[in-house]
Write a protein that binds this ligand. Structure first.
Ligand code: FDA
Ligand code: NAD
Length: 426
């Protein structure tokens, strides 16, 4: 048995939602598009899962954060897909893909064929087992990638009020979950191998601001070490965490955020891969001209850096999805994707934004004891990256513009002296 569509989006996450909206804006006909997703719900704004979803009071729940509310666009509920004649195949994993025949085989045994395929399979959380630790099946060990994980995390949190959580990993997820756990009155210890949190992006000076802030909220940091084993009781619950430095931490729950792996396995040997993702050109088109890739799974040319990159952030998921659809529906009018990388996070009452690339010399500016501070990255004499905590809308737009312009910087001391004023007057 099988069905045939003009367009199929494989994956029903952030990118899928934004692609669907773009299709309808460009004149999609009913019955032309199908979205296949392992998740049982229509696309939603995944960033809500580590923020509003975990709040103790008035938490965000679907349908309030279906895409595309994250960009102040229409909220795409199941009714919306229905009204636009978009076929939804939910709660269904695609088990194999035959790109020569242009078919996908689902776990239900159905063959779905396409003329154009958009791969939007995102990524999966790395498991503790990959580091030689067998504990992922424990009742109180939580990952956070999808709605089911988030629902479970809330249940585990509620099962140990006032208890101790060990958060493993000092990246985006670790930082955002630690803040949410504190808001839920759970005592948090963060454990990670690096010398400071958010080592992929933060400088030691920026990291120390956030670590001090978290410390003031009661969070403890155990740095430059990793786990060696778990104490697990007869009910299959973790009760303590042993670290390689010999120390022990009590645990009523464990949250793991140790990175992700893009979901490319269906396409290995069929498409060119790079940087762990599916390599695409400036039209988001893969090495097979009928197949596009967007979001976390795509390795695409970042014109600004003259390099292929894979980025794991929601802004890229939204914009790359829309770009792929523009390239598919309007190929002659669609220029190559010219993307300014943008990352952000919100924790407690803090909020930061970053644009560009974090390479080269760093110049800090602003008041690190107050509310507004930031940094510029200067590489080979040009400004390539900008970070701002606590900025106004106008200030954030200014650092974005300055980073996009890549101005020549001759004097780092002068840039430091001018600080945010440099971006505001460029
Ligand atoms: P996404 O992961 O959203 O969707 C992939 C979809 O494909 C899923 O529905 C999955 O089930 C499905 N799928 C995969 N394989 C399949 C198969 N074989 N068959 C069927 N379906 C399949 N970013 C940011 O910039 N700011 C932020 O604050 C946050 N916050 C944040 C919080 C949390 C908890 C997470 C996990 C992530 C973030 N992110 C973020 C990152 C951001 O959410 C991420 O970059 C986007 O969701 C990527 O969108 P995609 O559509 O590429 O993948
Ligand atoms: P990450 O790559 O940001 O951080 C991974 C962290 O794992 C590292 O910082 C490191 O501290 C830690 N780590 C690695 N090996 C370890 C080990 N053996 N023991 C202990 N810690 C170890 O990934 P993440 O924080 O897991 O986030 C998952 C995904 O979700 C990423 O794609 C991220 O971009 C995305 N996300 C983004 C945001 C945002 O942009 N605001 C928020 C949440 C999640």
């Amino acid at each position: 048995m099988g069905r045939a569509f003009v367009y199929v989006i494989l994956g029903g996450g952030v990118a899928a939602g934004y692609a669907a909206l773009e299709f309808t804006k460009r004149g999609l006909s009913p019955g032309e598009l199908c979205i296949i997703s392992e998740e049982p719900v229509v696309p939603y704004e995944r960033p809500a899962l580590s923020k509003g979803f975990l709040l103790p009071e008035d938490p965000a729940r679907l349908p309030s954060f279906h895409t595309c509310v994250g960009a102040n666009e229409e909220r795409l509920t199941p009714k919306w897909y229905n009204e636009h004649g978009i076929e939804l195949v939910l709660g269904t994993q695609v088990k194999s893909a035959d790109l020569r025949r242009k078919t996908l085989l689902t776990a239900m045994g159905e063959t779905i064929s396409y003329k154009i395929l958009i791969i939007a399979t995102g990524a999966q959380a790395l498991k503790l087992e990959e580091f030689g630790l067998n504990a992922s099946d424990c009742d109180n060990v939580c990952y956070l990638r999808d709605l089911a994980n988030a629902t479970r995390l809330v249940d585990v949190m509620k099962s140990c009020p006032g208890g101790n959580a060990v958060v493993i990993g000092g990246g985006y997820l670790g930082m955002e979950c630690a803040a949410s756990l504190v808001i839920n009155k759970i005592t948090v210890t963060m454990v990670f191998p690096e010398a400071h949190c958010m080592a992929r992006l933060f400088t030691p000076k920026i990291a120390s601001y956030y670590e001090d802030y978290y410390t003031s909220k009661g969070v403890k940091f155990v740095k430059e070490t990793v786990l060696s084993s778990f104490d697990i009781d007869s009910d299959g619950k973790v009760t303590g965490v042993n670290l390689r430095d010999g120390s022990w931490l009590p645990a009523d729950m464990v949250v793991v955020g140790i990175g992700i792996r893009p979901n490319t396995s269906l396409f290995e040997g069929q498409l060119t891969l790079e940087k762990g993702g599916i390599k695409v050109n400036g039209q988001m088109q893969s090495s097979n001209s009928s197949v596009y890739a967007v979001g976390d799974v795509a390795a695409f040319p970042v014109q600004l850096f003259g390099e292929i990159r894979r980025l794991e952030h929601v802004d890229l998921a939204r914009k790359s999805a829309r770009h792929a659809v523009a390239a598919i529906m309007d190929p002659n009018k669609t220029e190559d994707f010219d993307y300014l990388p943008f990352f952000y996070s919100r924790v407690f009452t803090l909020s930061w934004q970053f644009y560009g690339d974090c390479v080269g010399d760093v110049v800090h500016f602003g008041d690190f004891l107050g509310n507004t501070f930031g940094a510029y990255w200067v590489n080979k004499g040009q400004l390539v990256g900008s970070f701002l905590e606590g900025g106004t809308k106008e200030e954030v737009e200014a650092i974005a513009k300055a980073t996009r312009l890549k101005p020549t910087i001759e004097d780092l001391a002068e840039l430091e002296r001018r600080g945010l004023g440099f971006a505001l007057t460029i």
